[in-house]
Write a protein that binds this ligand. Structure first.
Ligand code: SF4
Ligand code: SF4
Length: 407
């Protein structure tokens, strides 16, 4: 199985709507039809391979029920790219070390390691638990002591993951291994609902897992943003420190996959917390995303980084056109990757998970910008050697039963 096996491609009529409406390429009909027919035949689709940012949006433009042009593009782009460079493996959780996640978790202090050890144990029967993925575990101390989240049992073993990075950076094999390992541990959970700390985990478990991978979790799912909104509506969460900024809403790539139910909740909860919001020219289904996954297009680190920066610049320009210089970001990945470049454009990034938790009474001792400094340190340390490695048809694997713990 791979990305394209989720759809019956004989239903594609090569109408080209996916590429005509694409907010990045906006092709004319003839070009769009030609490029789609090339993709369907497994041949080179020059413009798509050079410009598509793998943003997911075209999945919403296709008039044929159930087709996912993004997955077709991703599959063909990877076939065209051929081997995967070693540095990509460094960003995938659940792969043989070194990985950025193992570097981060292994170098935590003893209090943080104890928290992660505690979160690795299967919680007892609960109505709701909080699932904490790769990025959230970096904030384990603040989450563990959170007032807002205190009613939720926390769960997030270091070897488990929603599989997003493997999927997006182009290793179906690593995505499948990680997903199987995670599903096996989820079988032991006796819960009614899982609250996903990270919106991306929510997208992967709620959307990609059933709609692409073909499996469904036996409990309900909700994102942290939606869970907080539920509690605000019931009067269970009270605003303590109103947000005091005017910012443009920057939506991540998965927002178009989750649709209005998710993006309207973001706006409602930001507003309720006191933030003044402005809209970017491209938002919702036309969203331009942070560009990070443009890095999956090429096998060369430097040119991949430049591809990402090209997309980020477009977003920064839209923020300025909206008359502000602050950007409210709902995704840790968008925040971290934009942190490499925002400074040069005078754009301030606001990581809304932290901002909202503080607004409703939490203390954030280690904001995400501090994690970014550590992440950058490890990338600088590891990357020169990783760039010297050869590329692989398939990455080496660890057993699906295998467990990684912070050493
Ligand atoms: S994934 Fe995004 S950039 Fe690529 S074709 Fe679809 S809408 Fe366009
Ligand atoms: S994937 Fe959908 S929108 Fe794109 S060409 Fe095929 S039928 Fe048309």
């Amino acid at each position: 199985m791979s990305y394209i096996d989720c759809c019956d491609w004989s239903k594609c009529n090569s109408c080209g709507e996916c590429l005509i409406k694409c907010p990045v390429m906006q092709m004319d009909r003839d070009e769009a039809k030609f490029e789609v027919s090339q993709l369907l035949k497994g041949k080179e689709a020059k413009r798509v391979f050079n410009e598509c940012t793998l943003c997911f949006s075209c999945n919403n433009y296709c008039p044929v029920e159930g087709l996912r042009p993004h997955e077709l593009i991703q599959q063909r782009m990877l076939e065209h790219r051929g081997k995967a460079p070693e540095y990509i493996k460094y960003f995938l959780n659940g792969m043989p070390t070194p990985t950025i996640w193992n570097d981060m978790y292994s170098n935590m202090n003893s209090e943080e390691k104890e928290i992660l050890e505690k979160w690795s144990k299967t919680p007892s029967k609960s109505a709701e638990i909080l699932w904490i993925g790769c990025v959230g575990k970096m904030s384990c101390r603040d989450i563990e002591h959170s007032e807002v989240l205190k009613s939720l049992h926390k769960f997030g073993p270091t070897d488990l993951c929603c599989g997003e990075l493997a999927y997006r950076l182009g290793s179906w094999q690593a995505y499948s291994d990680t997903t199987e390992r995670t599903l096996k541990r989820f079988e032991k959970l006796d819960i009614e609902r899982m609250v996903c700390y990270c919106g991306s985990c929510y997208n992967y478990f709620h959307n990609i897992l059933p709609n692409v991978y073909g499996k469904k979790l036996p409990f309900q799912l909700i994102s942290l943003y939606q869970w907080m909104w539920e509690r605000i509506e019931k009067g269970e969460l009270k605003l303590k420190n109103p947000l005091n900024f005017k910012a443009a809403i920057s939506e991540s790539c998965y927002v178009s996959e989750l649709g209005p139910e998710f993006w309207e909740t973001l706006r409602k909860i930001y507003n309720a917390a006191g933030a003044e919001l402005v809209e970017l020219k491209h938002h919702g289904y036309e969203n331009l995303f942070c560009g990070t996954i443009s890095m999956a297009r090429k096998g060369n680190f430097l040119s991949s980084f430049l591809e990402m920066y090209k997309e980020q610049r477009k977003k920064y320009e839209e923020v300025k056109d909206a008359g502000v210089n602050e950007m409210a970001v709902n995704c840790a990945g968008c925040y971290i990757m934009s942190s490499f470049t925002n400074y040069f454009h005078g754009i301030k990034l606001l990581y809304m998970t932290d901002e909202l938790l503080m607004a409703y009474g939490d203390t954030i001792t280690t904001p995400i910008r501090d994690h970014f400094i550590i992440i950058r340190k490890y990338i600088m340390k590891r990357m020169p050697r990783l760039l010297l490695h050869k590329s692989y048809e398939e990455f080496s694997r660890i057993s699906i039963e295998g467990e990684l713990r912070p050493s």
